[in-house]
Design a protein around this ligand. Structure first.
Ligand code: IVH
Length: 682
């Protein structure tokens, strides 16, 4: 940097530093002390000001800036890194007797081998957080790396995503060791988890099974801005440092020290003198755990005095100075009041137990799936039975058996329905498959509506102005029976539709426009939208890519279909049968007439990017990141993850990583906007 620009940017640098310090302080007060010192608007305003300055002066942006909390950098891949200190796991047990054994053994070794008196040591009991273990390396008070546990020896570098978690300090406060590693668990608090899952369902995404999976998935998100929205929590539980770096000599003291440095250390930790105090702690949390805002799956007991850790040593995989007690999955018994049979869009029947509402693991359970007829038979469920319901780490309650003590004499086994509960058609069961299904696909209401809903869903044709109620309305009005009918709708048919004439000019126009726009949806999503059994989003993509056009796909034989990666025998048969049905062929014909995409775009691409290497960064309006990469390849270009002398263009989307921009500018790589890119290839 020359002298003039150094002088020029000094006030900017000062302002950036001031903003960063203030945002850090506000974050700390908010997340550590539950104190809001300014309004959300004021906070956002300062954050934006800093973001803008960082965009303008990327060379002045700090890698630990509070803007990292908002995310925006894109993770190309998660580098595998070796742990400096292996991440051991703990011995664990479901049995209190084994906890008693652990305590007695520890005491015996300390008393007799090392002549340590009972008064000279104690235990700490703390929560066993149910999340994802990570290790954070700090040097000179700054976060330098965050790594997942992985196999204990190597893990994945998730630093960019970790920086978005507000309870992970980026810069430590007060006094701290110069070089150490903080370990803890990233958990997904229940409230945020449920809100996120509700959103996923509304968006047509598969909900996460439990908060642990969701936390783990979040840390592996490519888009760190998405990770920032997830509201994860870091619970610190362990600290270690290389030889020569002094740390407090008790575990309790280390956690207290960590709290002063700015870590969120949960207050539920207790020093226990003996087994009775340990057992009391376990008993308390076995019940109280459901009042916590996040999940725990047990209690961890550690010897408190850290110099004793070396003396007690390690077994093959885990330390002798600690153990985990795991809670048993909570189980209740509740009467089965009735069984409902739900009909899915492909006609598959799912039996569902309607239960007398019962409180279990923090929520009221009213229903649980009975999977299929085999499940009911294997569980030997009779009318009037009470069922045993469990909810372990999973959020979804599971039927695990029948409470035989409550069985009534002479109870009769459940008779599975023989006819469709919706349309009365006799159910069929395909050889080799567990489920029954209703074959009346064109006359069975939930199947018709279900297929329409699937067709318009976000990941299929994305006609978002058509919710379930509107589809029902169009169906009841006799306007839409199948997906092809959507493309024949006319304005005058729509106006005034609905019990209180809910569809008016404007919304009729919007609806027709959305339907029209869906004609541009790429071929692979059209294949998915058809709703062929077993053909999910990924399968549809593979089929579309392999065959390239609807014509080729329609006429493929079972053998040809089965050649596609990830398409098994069962799916291949389902696809072939679906297209063999004359009604379906007629439907496909009408969709073709309507102008839907029946050919893969990549078939028509140019060679305009031949010999060029492109790097993409940020988020785009017309493409997902995967789509723009595929688009580049279709036009003959190569996609690279990092900028180098060989890079021809950097395609810059919204919220591009400042590092990339800096590097591109340094190497003189030309930067293209999304629009410029599109001009180049189209
Ligand atoms: S201490 C060397 N404390 O449970 C001891 N672990 O198998 C390091 N965990 O992988 C672990 N809460 O991911 C410790 N309060 C806690 C914990 C905890 C959850 C996890 C951790 C570890 C596993 C034990």
């Amino acid at each position: 940097m020359d002298l003039f620009s150094a002088i020029d940017t000094e006030p900017v640098r000062q302002r950036m530093e001031q903003l960063a310090a203030e945002l850090d302080r506000l974050n700390y007060e908010y997340y550590m002390n539950d104190r809001s010192l300014v309004s959300d608007q004021e906070f956002d305003r300062m954050m934006r000001e800093l973001q803008d300055l960082e965009q303008q002066y990327p060379e002045l942006a700090s890698p630990l800036s509070p803007t990292k909390r908002v995310g925006g950098e894109v993770n190309k891949s998660f580098r595998s890194v070796e742990h400096r200190f292996p991440m051991l796991s703990l011995g664990n047990t479901y049995s209190i007797e084994e906890i008693e054994d652990f305590e007695a053994r520890t005491r015996r070794i300390l008393n007799s081998q090392f002549s340590i008196l009972n008064s000279q040591f104690s235990y700490t009991c703390e929560l066993k957080y149910d999340g994802v273990a990570i290790g954070l390396t700090y040097r000179h008070g700054k976060l330098v790396q965050a790594v997942t546990r992985g196999n204990g020896t190597t893990g994945d570098d998730i630093t960019t995503n970790a920086k978005t978690i507000p309870t992970i300090p980026l810069q430590l406060r007060g006094d701290y060791p110069d070089d150490f590693e903080a370990r803890g668990e990233v958990v997904y608090p229940f409230e945020a988890f449920e809100a996120m899952n509700r959103q996923r369902e509304a968006d047509g995404d598969e909900p996460f099974a439990n908060p642990r999976n969701a936390a783990s998935g979040s840390l592996k998100l490519q888009d760190s801005a998405e990770c920032a929205k997830r509201k994860l929590l870091f619970c610190m539980y362990f600290m270690m440092a290389p030889d020569g770096v002094p740390l407090p000599q008790t575990h309790y003291g280390r956690l207290e020290y960590a709290r002063q440095m700015g870590f969120k250390v949960q207050p539920y930790i207790q020093e226990c003198k003996d087994i009775n105090e340990i057992k009391a702690f376990i008993d308390h949390w076995d019940h109280a755990r459901w009042n916590l805002p996040f999940g725990i799956d047990g209690i961890v007991i550690k010897v408190n005095q850290t110099p004793l850790w070396d003396r007690l040593g390690l077994t093959a995989k885990s330390p002798r100075w600690a153990i985990a007690y795991k809670f048993k999955a909570e189980r209740v018994s509740t009467p089965l009041e009735s069984i409902s049979y739900q009909v899915g869009r492909t006609g598959v029947i799912t039996p569902v137990a309607n239960l007398r509402p019962v409180w279990l693991g923090g929520t009221t359970v009213r229903r649980a799936t009975l999977v299929n007829a085999d499940f009911i038979r294997k569980m030997d469920i009779c009318l009037g039975d009470s069922l045993l319901i469990e909810k372990g780490g999973e959020i979804i309650p599971k039927v695990v058996g029948v409470d035989l003590e409550k069985r009534q004499p002479g109870a009769m086994p459940v008779q599975y329905v023989e006819r469709c509960p919706e349309c009365g058609t006799p159910l069929v069961r395909v050889e080799g498959e567990a489920g029954h299904y209703c074959p009346n696909c064109d006359g069975c209401h939930p199947q018709i509506i279900g297929r329409l809903e699937h067709f318009v869903s976000r990941k299929a044709m994305n006609i978002d102005s058509l919710g379930p109620e509107r589809l029902e309305l169009l169906y009841q009005a006799g306007l839409v029976h199948n997906v092809a009918d959507l493309y024949d709708l006319r304005r005058e048919q729509l106006i005034g539709l609905g019990s209180d004439a809910t569809i008016q000019d404007r919304s009729a126009d919007n609806l027709l426009e959305a339907i029209n726009a869906s004609k541009q949806v790429p071929f692979e999503r059209v294949v998915f939208a058809l709703g062929i059994r077993y053909v999910g989003e990924v399968g549809a993509k593979k089929l579309a890519r392999y065959f390239g056009s609807m014509d080729a796909l329609m006429d493929a034989t079972v053998e040809e279909l089965a050649l596609v990666e990830d398409v098994g025998e069962v799916t291949a048969r389902a696809v072939s049968e679906w297209f063999a049905n004359p009604d379906h062929r007629a439907l496909v014909h009408r969709l073709r007439q309507a102008g839907l995409q029946f050919v893969g775009q990549w078939q028509q691409a140019s060679g305009r990017l031949e010999g060029m290497t492109l790097v993409v960064s940020g988020t785009f309006e017309h493409f997902s990141r995967e789509e723009i990469k595929a688009d580049i390849e279709r036009h003959g270009g190569k996609v690279s993850g990092s900028i180098s002398g060989k890079t021809t263009f950097l395609v810059a989307g919204d919220k591009m990583g400042p590092e990339k921009l800096k590097k591109a500018e340094k190497l003189g790589v030309r930067i293209l906007s999304e629009a410029e890119y599109m001009d180049l290839v189209r």
